[in-house]
Ligand binder design. Structure first.
Ligand SMILES: [Zn+2]
Length: 72
């Protein structure tokens, strides 16, 4: 009926991760694409709840100097 394929379950929901640690750079990196841009939820399969937390964690990490800012 639809061609949207299978619904991806959010990585964090699956792992039962509630709080995302901004110090977990490797994890955050997976949610950043080219030019250090935050990848959209539809790209990573994150639910809106966790997407918001990822965004917050990345911004925090940038603020702390752990992650690069978007370079343009
Ligand atoms: Zn989730």
């Amino acid at each position: 009926m639809n061609n949207f394929g299978r619904k991806k379950i959010c990585f964090f929901c699956k792992k039962k991760i509630d709080e995302i640690d901004y110090k977990d750079i490797n994890l955050l990196k997976r949610h950043m694409g080219i030019w250090s841009k935050i990848r959209p939820a539809k790209d990573t399969g994150a639910c809106s709840n966790h997407q918001r937390k990822i965004t917050k964690a990345i911004k925090r990490a940038r603020f702390m100097g752990l992650m690069p800012y978007t370079s343009r």
